[in-house]
Design a protein around this ligand. Structure first.
Ligand SMILES: Cc1ncc(COP(=O)(O)O)c(C=O)c1O
Length: 485
């Protein structure tokens, strides 16, 4: 890699570079078309322009030191204040803006660890107890900060099984987690029950509202009945909410809120004897891009409560139409009882990965899930009005998936072959083979990923799966082609 890319001796004219960069985009997802779910929250040109202008206006600024940029301090404080109000916090509720949901969750885990060191006498490694459906940011945080991660099983409706969760509490449990909603099936965990237990046991409770923070408050105000999920629930001590998801602000912005400032202090890092001066940082990042803070402030103020309610309710109605249409297709089902704007399509009759492949041929890029296999749907503003287009394509894709096609035969042969080869090949040779198979399954290829997911299924539970995913990430972060498109 080092020899492959060399800094040019002389610069290149900006226009030429911008043209080349435009061409790099040719294989990216078309995020203004609305034929995929997740990744990008596009609210249309009007709001997008406000976000872009605000970002550019504060492009060079740095939120590391608020006394150098009082403008950022003002906007960050106001974003936190508005979010705390939306989530029914009180005058003691406080928080920080971060780079995204993952960082907000990491801060909640870190502050729980620090809080426990201060207020509890632990006998071992501090533990985080979370539903099996919780976002991987939680185990990632435990991995980074040296906590033990304990997973609680789910009920048949994919919400956490509170009775089983309770049994997993130990004297080292410092934080219990619930999600509102969780990502995979879009269901809301029983926050009141989880937080109630946490409160009784003297444990902190985090609600992952990364998706729901700028969605559920407006659905409630629009008349949707939802279980309680925010600071109204006694025992909830922190909440993460992402402005860069349903807040429709620029990427790189989320909030982590705490019931009081003592809890927030746990995420600060301070070094008073550094030769460079006294150093203090409020979160994971050192330098914090002012643009992301400014865009969040501008977008929230531009949209305002009434328009957020309209936008989120429209996405909710689209979700209802999509769910109804999906359930009318024989052989398809929806997992659990998702009550917001996310859901997962599964089937006992068809291979959903083959359905996703067929949808790919119609221009839809769908996220696939496992345990059980399903297709993830994440409805946002861009999908409003595309219900019939999606459902017509889905009906057609299901019809095709039902036929014994060359692709489905090829896939089952591949899975069988993988299982057989795993038994007879040496691990190194087997891994090489898998690498090769993966390289033909990137979304920009012919889009046929069913075989890859089938292989993942065949390998599940073996020690090779971690290694395989590591290889895959390594491959995705390595140069694919040195030539510009
Ligand atoms: C429920 C939930 N929590 C946390 C995250 C992590 O957010 P980010 O990707 O911004 O780090 C996500 C991302 O989709 C999510 O769905």
């Amino acid at each position: 890699m080092a020899k492959q890319f060399i800094l040019p001796k002389n610069g290149t004219p900006a226009n030429e570079l911008l043209d080349r960069m435009e061409s790099f985009k040719s294989r990216d997802l078309n995020w203004t078309e609305g034929k995929f779910f997740g990744y990008v929250f596009y609210p249309g040109e009007e709001i997008y322009e406000v976000s872009k202008k605000a970002y550019l206006s504060f492009y060079a600024t740095n939120g590391l030191n608020p006394s150098a940029f009082p403008s950022l301090r003002k906007m960050e404080t106001e974003v936190i204040g508005m979010t705390a109000d939306m989530l029914n916090g009180d005058e003691n509720t406080t928080g920080t803006m971060t780079s995204g949901g993952t960082e907000s969750i990491m801060m909640a885990v870190l502050s729980a660890r620090e809080w426990a060191h201060k207020h509890k006498s632990l006998k071992g490694i501090p533990e985080v107890l979370a539903p099996a459906s919780a976002h991987p940011a939680f185990p990632k945080a435990c991995h980074f900060f040296g906590l033990k991660y304990v997973e609680a099983p789910l009920m048949d409706d994919y919400r956490v099984n509170v009775a089983e969760m309770k049994k997993l509490i130990t004297s080292n449990t410092v934080l219990m987690v619930a999600s509102a909603p969780q990502y995979p099936q879009g269901v809301i965990d029983p926050v009141e029950e989880v937080a109630g237990i946490a409160k009784d046991k003297g444990i902190l409770c985090h609600v992952d509202c990364c998706v729901g923070g700028y969605l559920l408050p407006f659905l409630e105000k629009g008349g949707v009945e939802l279980p309680r999920f925010d600071f109204r629930v006694p025992g909830v001590t922190s909440i993460s909410a992402d402005t860069h998801k349903y807040g429709y602000a620029a990427k790189g912005a989320s909030t982590i809120l705490y019931r009081n400032s003592d809890l927030r202090r746990g995420q600060f890092y301070i070094k008073t004897d550094w030769t460079g001066g006294i150093y203090g940082s409020p979160s994971f990042a050192g330098t914090r891009p002012g643009g992301a803070i400014a865009a969040a402030w501008a977008v929230m103020n531009f949209i305002g409560e009434e328009r957020y309610i309209k936008m989120q309710m429209a996405a909710y109605h689209t979700t209802q139409k999509l769910k109804k249409g999906v359930l009318e297709i024989e052989g398809l089902k929806i997992l659990g009882n998702p009550n917001a704007t996310l859901f997962a399509i599964a089937s006992d009759k068809y291979d959903v990965h083959v359905i996703a492949d067929e949808m790919h041929h119609k221009g839809w890029y769908l996220n696939r899930q496992q345990l059980p296999p399903s297709i993830h749907i994440f409805v946002t503003d861009i999908h409003i009005g595309k219900e019939e287009l999606f459902l017509n394509d889905l009906r057609d894709a299901v019809k095709k998936a039902g036929k014994l096609t060359w692709d489905s035969i090829k896939k089952s042969v591949q899975i069988g072959a993988v299982k057989g080869l795993k038994k007879i090949l040496k691990p190194e040779s087997f891994n090489k083979l898998i690498d090769k198979a993966n390289s033909g399954n990137s979304p920009d290829h012919d889009g046929r990923q069913a075989a890859m997911y089938g292989m993942m299924g065949a390998l599940k539970g073996t020690d090779k799966l971690d290694e395989l995913v590591e290889d895959f990430i390594d491959q995705l972060n390595s140069p694919e082609d040195t030539k510009d498109e």
